[in-house]
Design a protein around this ligand. Structure first.
Ligand code: NDP
Length: 331
């Protein structure tokens, strides 16, 4: 898209012209997961006085998980919310200005970059670190919220360990679902894959691995109606061949219900300017956090469709702050 077209998309809108509250900052971090807080810690220690906006879900995806046992440095584990609180305190300790608010628009066509917050304030940023994360997709059942952290999870690597020797289900038929099912099959007694069609979307190699795993059973043409259990998940009610004459209700007893129906990277407001892949993951230059726009850096899950771990997000947050610091020094 040509630059003049991009410029038309944002700041010329009447609502932005009307915003009087404009503030200039050296480093703006958007997002408060491990990537955003780590970027803020590094930027603050480099005397760049970062301002961080927390977004819709302060603390990010980790606040929806229970125990985190795979983040180095916590030999006894730590809860997700506690870890995020620690990261926040650490970022504040070095002077990060952490604010509640949601970035609603961006104009990255010129510097300073202009980011609209809650449609009421504009931050003019000399450099921008995008750490807006990704959101796991859920089916939209009330029971998913009811049993969140009590048997419902969207991250096998994070929570699979708690289901050792148990029976669990993974929803989805893509590469992520296969990968999660295979990972969980190494821990659990039995893994059901709940697949809504009669084929898997996943690559052939992943399908073959699933089919040859002894303790994975694919439930073809099944959809989830609800979950049951006394305080924790004890089972799921499924509908087989929904909408056909052969439709029937099926109950399975499970202790864990894992969603693997895709993630949505939170990159929409930057898309007119920032290159993403077809799913929306921001493309960064190999071995760095640099995006296609000089002075704009991306870290964490918004640019990572592969690893999606707290520790890799934190590592990339560090990279983004160092990249921003060097870029500011040079410009
Ligand atoms: P995909 O979009 O590829 O697959 C999503 C799966 O979830 C599909 O089987 C889809 O069913 C199912 N699904 C979606 N919505 C619902 C719903 N409401 N109810 C039931 N099932 C539903 O997402 P992935 O996260 O698996 O993969 C994303 C991208 O990342 C892909 O390009 C994938 O190849 C890639 N990837 C690669 C990996 C690797 O190479 N190791 C590992 C993980 C991901 P349906 O098929 O019927 O639409």
């Amino acid at each position: 898209m040509a630059l003049f077209e991009k410029m038309n998309l944002n700041d010329s809108t009447p609502e932005n012209k009307d915003i009087k509250d404009v503030e200039n900052v050296k480093v703006l971090v958007i997002g408060s997961g491990p990537a955003g807080y780590t970027a803020a810690i590094y930027a603050a220690r480099a005397n760049l006085n970062p301002v961080l906006y927390e977004g819709l879900q302060p603390g990010g995806q980790l606040t929806t998980t229970t125990d985190v046992e795979n983040f180095p440095g916590y030999p006894s584990g730590i809860t997700g919310p506690e870890m995020m609180e620690d990261l926040k305190k650490q970022a504040e300790r070095f002077g990060t200005d952490i604010r509640f608010g949601l970035a609603t628009k961006s104009d990255l066509s010129q510097r300073p970059f202009r980011i609209t917050i809650d449609d009421t304030k504009i931050i003019e940023a000399e450099s921008l670190i995008i750490a807006t994360g990704a959101t796991a997709k859920y089916l939209g059942l009330e029971d998913e919220a009811k049993y969140a952290g009590s048997g419902v999870s969207a991250c096998a690597t994070c929570d699979g360990f708690f289901y050792r020797g148990r029976d669990i289900a993974v929803v989805g038929g893509g590469d992520t679902a296969c990968e999660e099912a295979l990972y969980l099959a190494g821990l659990a007694k039995k893994v059901y894959m709940i697949v809504r069609r009669n084929v898997l979307r996943a690559s052939k190699v992943m399908q073959d691995r699933v089919f040859s795993a002894e303790n994975i059973e694919v439930l073809w043409e099944h959809q989830t109606k609800g979950l049951f259990g006394d305080g924790v998940v004890e089972g799921a009610v499924l509908v087989k061949k929904k909408g056909t004459t052969e439709e029937e209700e099926v109950k399975i007893n499970i202790d864990g219900f894992f969603l693997a129906i895709g993630h949505k990277p939170n990159s929409d407001i930057f898309k007119p300017y920032i290159d993403t892949d077809e799913v929306g993951y921001i493309r960064t230059q190999c071995g760095s956090s640099k995006t296609n726009v000089a002075g704009v850096f991306a870290c964490g899950d918004v640019q990572d469709s592969t690893y999606r771990q707290a520790v890799t997000a934190a590592g990339s947050g560090c990279m983004a702050a160092i990249d921003a610091e060097r870029w500011l020094a040079e410009n």
